[in-house]
Design a protein around this ligand. Structure first.
Ligand SMILES: [Fe+2]
Length: 288
């Protein structure tokens, strides 16, 4: 029987999952370790270089899976790429993918695609523009998507509100859900001086469907959202403050560069669960 024919609906997305990286695929398929769910970079499976179809089917048969994308360019003024969206939709249906997340950014200008997540001005004009495009995407997919806050390295003079206000208004206007990346909030605190505690308090918690945790890298005069380190202590602390409001929201460990063994990622995921449990029991997490 073909793997595709054997596929069953996966379990729910809950607990702390791991972003699937190609260096771990063999081990995951062979040992099937106890990981609650996996997040896959959808763009990798739309072109050469991603999992071969049989691997993708096998992973999705064993684990609940979500898709994370960087290619929709939600904030761009380029036309939405419905060919790309059609491929995404087909893969999501085929593999019972729980949801798709994208970013509060744009990645294309005049058809030129950037590898960076480029920042948005937080103005009424860009809010209306982005909300409309998210609505079109959701209408096409027939479901809500999640929009993630990103690390920014500059501010626009044109911004009329802060990021927490913008992403809250966006969720309401587009009727989308949110993915809150705690490391990105902290990176923006270090680089741009935003108040991370105030940011968290402003969020519409009922819209938050997923939380990301990652590590940053100290550069000369700034920090980079490099996803190449363990989650930092201040980010664990902020995470603790956030999940008090979101005790049942799934969490994901992102580690994309200088990738350690799978067992190290599972340790990081376990730590996220322990901290969540401590906050559930009213015990404050002590940063070690
Ligand atoms: Fe993230």
């Amino acid at each position: 029987m073909l793997l595709q024919e054997k596929q069953k609906a996966p379990g729910p997305i809950s607990g702390t999952g791991i972003g699937l990286r190609s260096s771990h695929v063999g081990e995951i398929l062979m040992k099937q370790p106890d990981i609650p769910w996996l997040e896959l970079l959808a763009d990798n499976h739309m072109a050469a270089g991603g999992l071969i179809p049989e691997q993708l089917a096998a992973v999705c048969e064993i684990y609940p899976v979500t898709f994370h994308s960087v290619g929709l360019s939600l904030g761009s003024i380029d036309p939405l790429d419905f060919k790309y969206l059609g491929k995404l939709k087909k893969l999501m249906r085929q593999h019972h993918v729980a949801w798709l997340s994208e970013h509060l950014c744009f990645t294309s200008v005049d058809g030129f695609h950037s590898h960076d997540l480029l920042p948005m001005p937080y103005s009424q004009e860009s809010l209306q523009h982005m909300a409309q495009r998210i609505t079109h995407v959701q209408d096409f997919l027939g479901e809500r998507i999640l929009v993630e806050n990103v690390s920014n390295y500059m501010k626009f003079a044109e911004s009329e509100m802060d990021e927490a206000e913008f992403i809250t208004a966006l969720a309401i206007q587009a009727d989308c859900d949110l993915l809150i990346d705690v490391n990105n909030i902290y990176v923006n605190h270090l680089n741009l001086g935003i108040d991370p505690v105030r940011y968290i308090k402003q969020l519409p918690f009922e819209r938050v469907r997923e939380v990301h945790l990652a590590g940053y890298e100290q550069k000369d005069g700034f920090v980079l959202d490099a996803h190449n380190n363990p989650v930092s202590d201040p980010v664990w602390d902020l995470y603790g403050q956030l999940i008090q409001h979101l005790p049942n929201v799934p969490v994901l460990i992102e580690w994309d560069n200088d990738i350690p063994p799978l067992s190290r990622l599972m340790e990081e995921a376990h730590k996220a669960d322990v901290i969540k449990q401590q906050y559930r029991q009213g015990i404050s997490y002590a940063i070690s």
